[in-house]
Design a protein around this ligand. Sequence first.
Ligand code: LCS
Length: 401
Amino acid sequence: MTTNFDEIIDRRNTNALNTDGFRQYIFKADKTMAFPYKDEEFIRMWVADMEFATPQVIIDAMKERLDRRIFGYTMIFSDDYYKAFSGWCQKRYGWIFHKDHLVTSNGIIPALYELVEYITKPDEKVLFLTPSYAYFKYAADHHHREWVASDLINEGGTYRIDFEDLEQKAADEKTTLLILCNPHNPTGRVWSSEELRKLGEICIKHNTWVVSDEIHCDLLRIGQKHIPLAKLFPEYDRIITCMAPSKTFNLAGLMFSNIVIPDHELRKIWKHRHYGFDNPLSIAAAQAAYEKGEPWLEELQVYLDENFAFTKTYLSEHLPKARFEISEATYLAWVDVSAYFDQAEDLPLFFANKAGVLLEGGNMFVQNSDRFIRLNLACPRSLLEEGLKRIGEAVPLEKEV
Ligand code: LCS
């Protein structure tokens, strides 16, 4: 391995949400909120960015762009970016899309907010699977659209879609948009081709639009395969695919993502209404990521697989009643701690106060997530070890009733 993923990198004084924004994001509190730990003493296993350096090939590409010295208004005009990103999709996912269908956005969430507005009318509803990344709900709330959730079924720690429930909800003629997380945050499921086919067929039957948020698709456990939903339904124009280099290469702050919109009319609305400039450094970074980032990603996958195996062993030895299956994708571990905690326990607050660990959990994932914690494992092994140790020591061994 040429990359040193064990390196601990100082993020202080970089305006990182991860180090400085947890009071607001997790606890909806201001800077007066106090803990028994100093900020720098926390083990941070919460927001979905990584403690690893962005690959050097990407930093070099940004430096080259810096050396061009002018940073005027920028948008993608040349074919080079399309070639890099579509080459990546073709090689890794066997998925080809038309060049004209690709637009870019300053993040997938901003795109999602726009798409909800462009696709749904005020009296229409947005459907998604729960537990869910909360911004799917926020996107609906933001535009005053009603949202409908279909709870995933948890069978001994493995999640599956309740197709009967999903179909019933999709059949409501007011439900016009499904936001799919493929692979799924927070459960880490990589949806199989059979599951995606079934889901797609339901949407086609009811003419439902789908925004398939595939931001986690590159971060697979070794041996897993990602299938873009749109690849299975090339004739159905109502599937919008969102992918980004941000999670994969730790570039979230560069605010750059790919949105593939096959429907001509929707693309017209997007082009008319979207503020279409991009950051020149972000374009350079994204292009380099797709052209040169693969060897680094393959090393990252090995390290993450080991972090998952380590977590599995640690939890089975120290918290044997916690239920945890190694995620098929993402660097996020989704752990059922219901054997140890009461429904009413605020888990992020408990672990911040009692363990000095920042994590997400419980109602941060809309619904169907009570008494679960989500641990971000994209960190050096020494930090992971310390975080798990603190969690293990803080958990009450018997549930208080
Ligand atoms: N979509 C999903 C499914 C995500 O998990 C995230 C980030 C985003 C979109 C953000 O996309 P962006 O706007 O940055 O392009 N997920 C996070 C999470 O679970 N905790 O912190 C961030």
